[in-house]
Design a protein around this ligand. Sequence first.
Ligand SMILES: C=C(O[C@@H]1C=C(C(=O)O)C=C[C@H]1O)C(=O)O
Length: 156
Amino acid sequence: DDPAFSPLLDLIERRLAVADVVALHKWDNAQPVQATEREQAIIAAVRNAAPGHGLDPARAAAFFHDQIEANKLVQYARLSQWQLAGAAPALPRHDLQRIIRPRLDDLQTDLLHQLASFDQTRSRQCARKLALALAQRQGDALHRAGMIRATGQLCD
Ligand SMILES: C=C(O[C@@H]1C=C(C(=O)O)C=C[C@H]1O)C(=O)O
Protein backbone atom coordinates (compact mmCIF):
# COMPACT_ATOMS: atom_id res chain seq x y z
CA ASP A 1 0.00 0.00 0.00
CA ASP A 2 1.66 3.21 -1.15
CA PRO A 3 0.61 5.83 1.42
CA ALA A 4 1.03 8.57 -1.19
CA PHE A 5 -1.79 7.03 -3.23
CA SER A 6 -4.08 5.00 -1.01
CA PRO A 7 -6.30 7.71 0.55
CA LEU A 8 -7.02 9.23 -2.86
CA LEU A 9 -7.41 5.87 -4.62
CA ASP A 10 -9.79 4.67 -1.86
CA LEU A 11 -12.06 7.65 -2.51
CA ILE A 12 -11.84 7.30 -6.28
CA GLU A 13 -12.84 3.66 -5.86
CA ARG A 14 -15.78 4.58 -3.65
CA ARG A 15 -17.08 7.01 -6.26
CA LEU A 16 -16.57 4.47 -9.04
CA ALA A 17 -18.37 1.75 -7.06
CA VAL A 18 -21.54 3.85 -7.29
CA ALA A 19 -21.59 3.34 -11.09
CA ASP A 20 -23.20 -0.09 -10.70
CA VAL A 21 -26.30 1.25 -8.92
CA VAL A 22 -26.47 4.15 -11.35
CA ALA A 23 -26.53 1.62 -14.20
CA LEU A 24 -29.29 -0.37 -12.46
CA HIS A 25 -31.44 2.75 -12.17
CA LYS A 26 -30.82 3.58 -15.83
CA TRP A 27 -31.60 0.01 -16.91
CA ASP A 28 -34.90 -0.01 -15.01
CA ASN A 29 -35.92 3.40 -16.31
CA ALA A 30 -34.51 3.07 -19.85
CA GLN A 31 -32.50 6.19 -19.15
CA PRO A 32 -29.35 7.10 -21.14
CA VAL A 33 -25.96 6.89 -19.45
CA GLN A 34 -24.96 10.32 -20.68
CA ALA A 35 -26.37 13.19 -18.59
CA THR A 36 -24.60 16.25 -19.97
CA GLU A 37 -26.28 18.91 -17.80
CA ARG A 38 -25.45 17.00 -14.64
CA GLU A 39 -21.83 16.65 -15.76
CA GLN A 40 -21.62 20.39 -16.46
CA ALA A 41 -23.04 21.16 -13.01
CA ILE A 42 -20.41 18.92 -11.38
CA ILE A 43 -17.54 20.49 -13.32
CA ALA A 44 -18.79 24.00 -12.48
CA ALA A 45 -19.09 23.08 -8.79
CA VAL A 46 -15.59 21.63 -8.54
CA ARG A 47 -14.09 24.57 -10.44
CA ASN A 48 -15.73 26.84 -7.88
CA ALA A 49 -14.59 24.82 -4.90
CA ALA A 50 -11.04 24.24 -6.16
CA PRO A 51 -9.38 27.46 -4.91
CA GLY A 52 -10.69 26.79 -1.40
CA HIS A 53 -8.58 23.62 -1.47
CA GLY A 54 -5.56 25.33 -2.98
CA LEU A 55 -6.24 23.66 -6.32
CA ASP A 56 -6.17 25.15 -9.80
CA PRO A 57 -9.75 25.01 -11.18
CA ALA A 58 -8.42 23.40 -14.38
CA ARG A 59 -6.76 20.67 -12.35
CA ALA A 60 -9.94 19.96 -10.40
CA ALA A 61 -12.00 19.97 -13.61
CA ALA A 62 -9.65 17.54 -15.39
CA PHE A 63 -9.68 15.21 -12.39
CA PHE A 64 -13.48 15.17 -12.20
CA HIS A 65 -13.76 14.79 -15.95
CA ASP A 66 -11.81 11.55 -15.50
CA GLN A 67 -14.05 10.46 -12.60
CA ILE A 68 -17.12 10.98 -14.78
CA GLU A 69 -15.63 9.19 -17.81
CA ALA A 70 -14.63 6.23 -15.62
CA ASN A 71 -18.13 6.12 -14.15
CA LYS A 72 -19.68 6.00 -17.61
CA LEU A 73 -17.24 3.30 -18.73
CA VAL A 74 -18.48 1.05 -15.91
CA GLN A 75 -22.12 1.92 -16.62
CA TYR A 76 -21.82 1.15 -20.36
CA ALA A 77 -20.11 -2.15 -19.62
CA ARG A 78 -22.77 -3.21 -17.08
CA LEU A 79 -25.64 -2.29 -19.42
CA SER A 80 -23.98 -4.30 -22.21
CA GLN A 81 -23.61 -7.32 -19.90
CA TRP A 82 -27.28 -7.05 -18.88
CA GLN A 83 -28.37 -6.76 -22.52
CA LEU A 84 -26.55 -10.03 -23.23
CA ALA A 85 -28.04 -11.70 -20.16
CA GLY A 86 -31.49 -10.29 -20.90
CA ALA A 87 -31.78 -9.12 -17.30
CA ALA A 88 -30.10 -7.05 -14.63
CA PRO A 89 -29.20 -8.59 -11.26
CA ALA A 90 -31.75 -8.57 -8.42
CA LEU A 91 -29.84 -6.08 -6.33
CA PRO A 92 -31.37 -3.27 -4.24
CA ARG A 93 -32.44 -0.30 -6.33
CA HIS A 94 -31.83 3.35 -5.41
CA ASP A 95 -33.32 6.46 -6.93
CA LEU A 96 -30.77 8.39 -9.00
CA GLN A 97 -32.02 11.89 -8.21
CA ARG A 98 -32.92 11.47 -4.54
CA ILE A 99 -30.30 8.99 -3.34
CA ILE A 100 -27.44 8.28 -5.74
CA ARG A 101 -26.50 11.75 -6.99
CA PRO A 102 -26.44 13.18 -3.43
CA ARG A 103 -24.18 10.26 -2.50
CA LEU A 104 -21.82 11.19 -5.34
CA ASP A 105 -21.94 14.84 -4.25
CA ASP A 106 -21.01 13.86 -0.69
CA LEU A 107 -17.71 12.44 -1.96
CA GLN A 108 -16.83 15.62 -3.84
CA THR A 109 -15.27 17.62 -0.98
CA ASP A 110 -13.22 14.67 0.25
CA LEU A 111 -11.99 13.99 -3.29
CA LEU A 112 -10.88 17.61 -3.75
CA HIS A 113 -9.19 17.54 -0.35
CA GLN A 114 -7.30 14.34 -1.14
CA LEU A 115 -6.38 15.54 -4.62
CA ALA A 116 -4.92 18.71 -3.11
CA SER A 117 -2.84 16.83 -0.56
CA PHE A 118 -1.73 14.37 -3.24
CA ASP A 119 -0.53 17.29 -5.38
CA GLN A 120 1.34 18.84 -2.47
CA THR A 121 3.39 15.71 -1.89
CA ARG A 122 3.81 14.66 -5.51
CA SER A 123 6.77 12.33 -5.89
CA ARG A 124 9.00 11.50 -8.82
CA GLN A 125 7.97 8.58 -11.00
CA CYS A 126 4.35 9.33 -10.30
CA ALA A 127 3.01 7.32 -13.25
CA ARG A 128 5.02 4.23 -12.39
CA LYS A 129 4.05 4.37 -8.71
CA LEU A 130 0.43 4.91 -9.66
CA ALA A 131 0.49 1.83 -11.91
CA LEU A 132 1.97 -0.24 -9.07
CA ALA A 133 -0.57 1.08 -6.57
CA LEU A 134 -3.43 0.27 -8.96
CA ALA A 135 -2.09 -3.22 -9.68
CA GLN A 136 -2.02 -3.99 -5.95
CA ARG A 137 -5.70 -3.17 -5.46
CA GLN A 138 -8.60 -5.62 -5.48
CA GLY A 139 -11.42 -5.55 -7.98
CA ASP A 140 -12.82 -7.20 -11.08
CA ALA A 141 -11.43 -6.45 -14.55
CA LEU A 142 -14.03 -3.79 -15.24
CA HIS A 143 -13.43 -1.84 -12.05
CA ARG A 144 -9.68 -2.12 -12.61
CA ALA A 145 -10.10 -0.59 -16.06
CA GLY A 146 -12.32 2.07 -14.47
CA MET A 147 -9.64 2.92 -11.92
CA ILE A 148 -7.08 3.33 -14.70
CA ARG A 149 -9.45 5.65 -16.56
CA ALA A 150 -10.27 7.59 -13.37
CA THR A 151 -6.57 8.28 -12.74
CA GLY A 152 -5.69 9.02 -16.36
CA GLN A 153 -4.51 12.59 -15.75
CA LEU A 154 -3.48 12.22 -12.12
CA CYS A 155 0.26 12.28 -12.82
CA ASP A 156 0.15 14.89 -15.61
C1 LIG B 1 -23.48 9.08 -12.63
C2 LIG B 1 -24.26 9.46 -13.66
O1 LIG B 1 -23.98 9.11 -15.00
C3 LIG B 1 -23.05 9.86 -15.78
C4 LIG B 1 -21.84 10.08 -14.96
C5 LIG B 1 -21.77 11.19 -14.15
C6 LIG B 1 -20.83 11.23 -12.97
O2 LIG B 1 -19.91 10.39 -12.90
O3 LIG B 1 -21.01 12.08 -12.08
C7 LIG B 1 -22.63 12.27 -14.36
C8 LIG B 1 -23.58 12.26 -15.35
C9 LIG B 1 -23.72 11.12 -16.30
O4 LIG B 1 -23.21 11.51 -17.56
C10 LIG B 1 -25.47 10.27 -13.46
O5 LIG B 1 -26.29 10.33 -14.40
O6 LIG B 1 -25.64 10.83 -12.38
